[in-house]
Design a protein around this ligand. Structure first.
Ligand code: HEC
Ligand code: HEC
Length: 308
């Protein structure tokens, strides 16, 4: 290869290396089956799916709270309390695993979790089928979508998963900045630069600004450990994985207070300070906290199309 060609290749490599941002925008349109997803939405809000008919998926994953639960821990059937904060279902399709400890590989594998969990919905698949089949309205709806006379549990899960696939929040100001459609203000830009320079980006990156790795809460300065918490150690049985969780997505994070698996941070400012102290070993200046929060607020996207 001639020198000219080498230098051209090198400069292309150089440019693409630096032009590449560590965060990618969400797709503006996602493929899903509209009829199934509409049925799934109805099931997501259906209390018949819980034993005492008191809770639905939407009880703990509130559309008004960015798809998460504004309560420190969710309350399931018969007022039973869980042991971990409920994360958002928005953009969950882009997480590499589901649950804080990643014990489900897919949304399909995840969905049966809460239905069968004794402190969430406390149901058996058979009873879900009985209740849905007893409803002429559901029988008609399922017949239209799945073309069968009898509703199966699998179909119900299939519809819920299709709905979850539609829960994408595109066109946040940050995504529009990445696409070159607008400029962020100075403070937001400074926050993004600090987010990268401090190292937040090493764990919170990619399409979901998180959701793609397991990391320790308290990497630099140990964080209090609660026995029995469903952390990664509960899956791997390895004590080194205590307080290791799937890194949460920071998309729509301004809407999903309280923060962390134990809901210990009530505000975004508090969460940013705790994170930087425990996971980077640095105490941030008030200006840095303010700028990073301003940047995080640019990650709020549009309401998913199916909910509009
Ligand atoms: C009683 C409250 C409650 C109900 C009802 C509930 N969830 Fe959850 N959900 C949670 C909690 C708490 C977690 C986190 C549990 C964990 O990680 O160990 C969770 C986790 C999830 C996740 C994983 C998200 C992620 O980023 O890991 C998805 C997806 C989800 N729920 C969907 C559903 C669906 C679908 C239903 C209805 C079939 C449902 N949930 C019903 C409380 C609830
Ligand atoms: C070593 C990996 C790592 C680094 C570095 C890191 N985080 Fe985190 N972040 C995590 C993990 C893991 C959690 C979940 C912790 C928990 O719930 O106990 C988290 C949670 C959060 C949350 C709460 C999200 C929610 O929904 O509860 C925010 C906000 C956050 N991080 C922001 C930041 C900021 C800002 C920085 C840089 C100052 C940063 N993180 C650096 C791994 C990291």
């Amino acid at each position: 290869m001639k020198f000219g060609a080498v230098s051209t290749v090198l400069s292309i490599w150089f440019v693409s290396l630096f032009a590449r941002e560590p965060i990618e925008p969400l797709p503006q349109h996602v493929e899903y089956d509209r009829a199934k997803a509409e049925l799934g939405r109805k099931l997501f809000e259906e209390t018949l799916l819980s034993r005492d008919k008191s809770v639905a998926c939407a009880t703990c994953h509130s559309f008004a709270s960015g798809g998460a639960d504004p309560r420190p821990v969710s309350v399931g059937v018969e007022g039973k309390k869980g042991n971990i904060q409920s994360p958002t279902v928005y953009n969950a399709r882009f997480n590499f695993k589901q649950f804080w400890n990643g014990r489900a590989d897919s949304l399909r594998a995840q969905a049966s979790g809460p239905i069968h969990n004794p402190v969430e919905m406390g149901m058996e698949s058979r009873i879900v089928e009985e209740r849905l089949n007893a409803s002429p309205e559901y029988r008609a709806l399922f017949k239209k979508v799945y073309g069968t006379g009898r509703i199966s549990y699998r179909q119900a899960i299939d519809a819920i998963v299709e709905f979850e696939k539609a829960l994408v929040t595109p066109n946040s100001r940050f995504d529009r900045y990445l696409r070159g459609e607008l400029k962020l203000n100075d403070e937001e830009m400074r926050g993004y630069r600090r987010f990268k320079a401090l190292g937040c980006i090493t764990c919170h990156n990619g399409i979901n600004v998180g959701g793609n790795s397991f990391q320790k809460m308290g990497l630099f300065i140990p964080y209090k450990y609660q026995k029995g918490i469903p952390d990664r150690a509960a899956v791997t049985k390895d004590p080194r994985h205590r307080n290791v969780f799937k890194v949460p997505s920071l998309r729509n994070v301004a809407l999903t207070a309280p923060y962390f698996h134990d809901a210990s941070a009530k505000t975004l400012e508090g969460a940013v300070k705790t994170m930087s102290y425990h996971n980077l070993g640095t105490e941030l200046s008030p200006e840095d906290v303010k700028a990073i929060v301003a940047f995080l607020k640019t990650l709020t996207g549009e309401t998913p199309e199916i909910l509009r």
